[in-house]
Design a protein around this ligand. Sequence first.
Ligand SMILES: Nc1ncnc2c1ncn2[C@@H]1O[C@H](COP(=O)(O)OP(=O)(O)OP(=O)(O)O)[C@@H](O)[C@H]1O
Ligand SMILES: [Mg+2]
Length: 255
Amino acid sequence: MVERVKTGIDGLDKALNGGIPAKNLVLVAGGAGTGKSTLCMQFLVNGAKKFKERGLYISTEQSEGELKKQAEQYGWNIWELEEKGLLKIIYIDIIKENHFIERSREAIKNFKPKRLVIDSMSTMSDYMAVTDYSKQSWSVTSVQNTVIPQFFSEKLMSKKILSSLINELKNFDATALLTTELPEEGKALSADGLSEYICDGVMVLHYLGIVGGDTRSLQIRKMRYTQHNKSYLPYEIAQKGIVIHEEQAMDVLMK
Ligand SMILES: Nc1ncnc2c1ncn2[C@@H]1O[C@H](COP(=O)(O)OP(=O)(O)OP(=O)(O)O)[C@@H](O)[C@H]1O
Ligand SMILES: [Mg+2]
C-alpha cells in the first residue's frame, strides 16, 4: 500500500485519495496571487500541528518576516512551531547569495524535513540559467562531470541543471511542493517547460476571474502512484487559508 502524506486540507486529501504519495515531488503551478505560497505553508503548518512532522520552507521570493506576516493573517502560529523544532523557514536572496544551492542542500540535510517547500522553483532555475551555475555543483555526477560543448544552448543547459536539481531532491526523504509561476495565457504547466515531466505530480491553481465572483479552481493534473480526482476543484482563500470544495468539482469548465 502506498504511504501517504496528508496535506491536512480536507477537500484536497479527498481528491488525492487520501493524500500525496510519500516522497513525491509535486509542482504547484499558478499565476500571480493564486495562493501557491499559502497552499505550501498550509501543507507545512498542518504537517507540524496535526502530524508532528518537520517542515522546511525554502523561500527565494518573500522574506521570512513577510511569510510570517502572511501566516499570521491566517491565524497560524509559526513562532510556536519553530520553537518546537517542527518548522523552519529559510529565505535565500538569490541576487546577493552565490551559494544558494549549497545552503538549500545543507538545510535539508541538517533539518531532515519530512515535508519540504521550495518557493519558488522557477526563480531558482531562472537564476541558475543566467549565472555560471553550470560550473558549480548541485549534482556532482550529472552536471559537474559533464563536458559542455560550446554550442550547448542556454535553454538546454538550464534544463540540464534543473533536471539534476530535481533529481537530487528525489534522494531526500521528504515529500516536496515546488512552486512555479504560470503566465495567465498559455498551456505550459511550469515556467521552465520541463519540471512537469520530471516531477511526480502537478497541481495547477487557476484564477478564472468570472464577473461577479472570486472564482478559483485547482486541478490535479498529474500524481504518480495514486488515483486522483482530475476535475477542476473550486477553492477559496478564506480566513484560515485555502478551502477546497471537492464536492463541487467541475468537469467541463475550460477546454
Ligand atoms: N487573510 C486573508 N484572507 C483571505 N485571503 C487572503 C488573506 N491574505 C491573503 N489573501 C489572498 O491570498 C492572495 C495571495 O496568496 P499567495 O501569496 O499565497 O499567492 P501566490 O500564488 O503565492 O502569489 P505570488 O504569485 O505573488 O507568489 C492574495 O492576493 C489575497 O487574494
Ligand atoms: Mg507566492
